[in-house]
Design a protein around this ligand. Structure first.
Ligand code: 3ML
Length: 107
């Protein structure tokens, strides 16, 4: 499984409420994107700093998302799809900045 995590920052001019609404629209749209096995987007609710190990300050960001793909072939199919391109157009309308992180299994 290919899994890509994203940190999302809302545009400076957009309210948190509008950003939350657009995240929901983006989540609903994800169901029509071919070869995307799963998409999740979650709003940042709190960022506790009282960690048991030294705190890493990252951000600020407003949401965390993840895309799952079953294989490299499916990922290619996703990239080539016109519905995926429309989805990204919607992304451009509410994502101010994006930090992608391609993750891999521990073993
Ligand atoms: C890549 C993506 C990260 C995310 O949250 O949504 C997708 C598509 C997009 O950026 O519009």
């Amino acid at each position: 499984m290919i899994r890509i995590v994203y940190l999302l920052v809302r545009p400076e001019s957009m309210s948190p409420e509008k950003f939350a609404e657009e995240c929901k629209v983006h989540y609903d749209m994800s169901h029509d994107v071919p070869a995307l096995y799963k998409y999740e987007v979650r709003l940042v609710a709190r960022e506790p700093e009282d960690t048991h190990v030294p705190y890493l300050n990252v951000g600020p960001f407003d949401a965390v998302a993840e895309c799952w793909f079953e294989s490299d072939e499916k990922y290619q199919e996703y990239l080539e799809s016109s519905i995926r391109k429309e989805w990204f157009e919607h992304g451009k309308s509410f994502i101010g900045k994006l930090k992608p992180i391609i993750t891999r299994d521990v073993h």
